[in-house]
Design a protein around this ligand. Structure first.
Ligand code: ADP
Ligand code: MG
Length: 267
């Protein structure tokens, strides 16, 4: 159910997992591309100092004058930080290494957990008529990730189909609960998506079985296969959907987008 006290606007989704290399950025880029293909208007906010999502969308490092850092700490209007991409209906707020000091700089701020929420709530976003804002989180449960969760309606968790994958999840779910109790009671878990899934590998199947048994409906039916086209696409500054539209990776991310939009409708 929607929250009547929240202003109407795009659904904001944090793509989060404190482990690195599990497919957060890959899922952000390709879910965004798949949503745009389905007619949605999407803004990606790069919240990782590594700036991989920005690079993946072809934003040259030298063209990152105003970044997420300025959005959080520079009292800058969100519109000034938004860049268009080669894809119509898809925008990005880029990040660079400036963001790596943000955690420390935010600590002394009274509103430290609310900086991103307040920056994204500006009515100035209205003209973009966004359907979704996807936030690509850094690999930590730091203040940056907390800012993403406070600003978001839901959290989408990519889970690498690997041993120990479920271990960090308890901590992540606890952080979601804490944010719910302290700052954002309406935060939902949009779902958990298995990434880099290898059908021929028993371990992948085991992780999937464990995840479905323990987490049930939270786990998306769609799994993202390990697919070389997915890993090649960013070096051409393309989503896999543009790079190789019929690849298994593209098919999977399209299916994830459909399921994601459908789940939103149910809740
Ligand atoms: P994170 O953002 O969680 O650190 P990334 O999305 O950057 O993780 O993914 C880590 C690495 O794995 C990248 O090199 C990416 O290209 C690769 N990768 C991610 N998903 C897949 C996949 N489904 N198949 C093959 N390679 C993948
Ligand atoms: Mg990343």
């Amino acid at each position: 159910m929607g929250d009547p006290t929240r202003p109407k606007g795009p659904e904001i989704v944090a793509i989060a997992n404190q482990k690195g290399g599990v497919g957060k950025t890959t899922t952000t880029i390709n879910l965004a591309a798949a949503l745009v293909e389905q007619g949605c208007r999407v803004l990606v906010v790069d919240l990782d100092p590594q700036g991989n999502a920005s690079t993946g969308f072809g934003v040259d490092p030298s063209a990152r004058d105003l970044t997420t850092y300025d959005l959080l700490l520079g009292d800058v209007d969100v519109r000034e930080t938004i860049q268009s991409t080669d894809t119509k209906g898809l925008w990005v707020v880029p990040a660079n290494a400036d963001l790596s000091s943000a955690d420390i700089e935010m600590i002394s701020n009274e509103k430290r957990s609310f900086l991103l929420r307040d920056a994204l709530r500006q009515r100035t976003l209205d003209p973009y008529e966004l359907d979704y804002i996807l936030i690509d989180c850094p690999p930590s449960l730091s203040l940056l990730t907390v800012n993403a969760m406070v600003a978001s309606d839901s959290v989408l968790v990519p889970l690498q189909s690997e041993f120990f994958a479920l271990e960090g999840l308890t901590q992540l779910i606890m952080t979601v609960r804490e944010v719910r109790q302290s700052a954002n009671p309406h935060l939902r878990i949009a779902g958990i998506v298995l990434t880099m899934y290898d059908q021929r590998n028993n371990l992948s199947k085991q992780v999937e079985a464990d995840a479905r048994e323990n987490l049930g409906e939270l786990v998306f039916k769609t799994v993202i296969p390990r697919n070389v086209r997915i890993s090649e696409a960013p070096s051409y500054a393309l989503s896999v959907l543009s790079y190789d539209p019929t690849s298994k990776g593209s098919v999977a991310y399209r299916s994830l987008a459909k399921e994601f939009v459908g789940k939103r409708g149910q809740s």
